[in-house]
Design a protein around this ligand. Structure first.
Ligand SMILES: [Cu+2]
Length: 163
């Protein structure tokens, strides 16, 4: 009886192993389009990157972090209204539901580049690595773009938060 139990356990383990092997990693099922990084004047310590992240796979995934040779720290951020003011805060993850596109754009979700190690000149690229919940990664070359601050709330954000 005990032996039977152990065999069942082994069979179960083998089955879970093979299903893990068959499952698509987040990096296989997720694509990044239109990534860019905001150009900032020299002396600005921080910037942000925006993009469209599409999960074409059949499993839900999530962005959990990132890194870049251009910045000391890369964090996932969002903007929220607090007492009539636009503030940004770090988020643990950005959910990527199966079959859906998530837009990271000014005034909303963004990838924050903190402690810039280089000038962000328009026309150049920043290498940005995005990490997913399963440990897989995607690296994109995001062109540096000058953003026009058209929205009033973005001006406010720019003044208060410095990015
Ligand atoms: Cu931010």
């Amino acid at each position: 009886m005990k032996t039977h139990y152990i065999y069942c356990l082994m069979a179960f383990c083998l089955m879970s192993l093979s299903s893990v092997a068959l499952a698509q990693s987040a990096a296989d099922g997720v694509s990044v389009a239109d990534a860019y990084v905001r150009a900032v004047p020299p002396g600005q310590p921080n910037s942000a990157s925006f993009m469209t992240v599409k999960n074409t796979g059949s499993a839900d995934h999530a962005l959990v972090g990132g890194s870049s040779p251009a910045a000391e720290v890369v964090e996932l951020h969002t903007h929220t209204m607090e007492g009539g003011m636009m503030r940004m805060r770090q988020v643990e993850k950005i959910d990527l539901p199966a079959g859906e596109s998530v837009s990271l754009k000014p005034g909303g979700l963004h990838v924050m580049l903190i402690g810039l190690k280089q000038k962000l000149m328009p026309g150049e690229d920043v290498s940005l690595t995005l990490q997913f919940e399963d440990g897989s990664e995607i690296t994109v070359d995001a062109p540096i773009r000058k953003l026009q601050m058209k929205m009033k709330k973005m001006k406010m954000d720019h003044n208060h938060m410095g990015h």
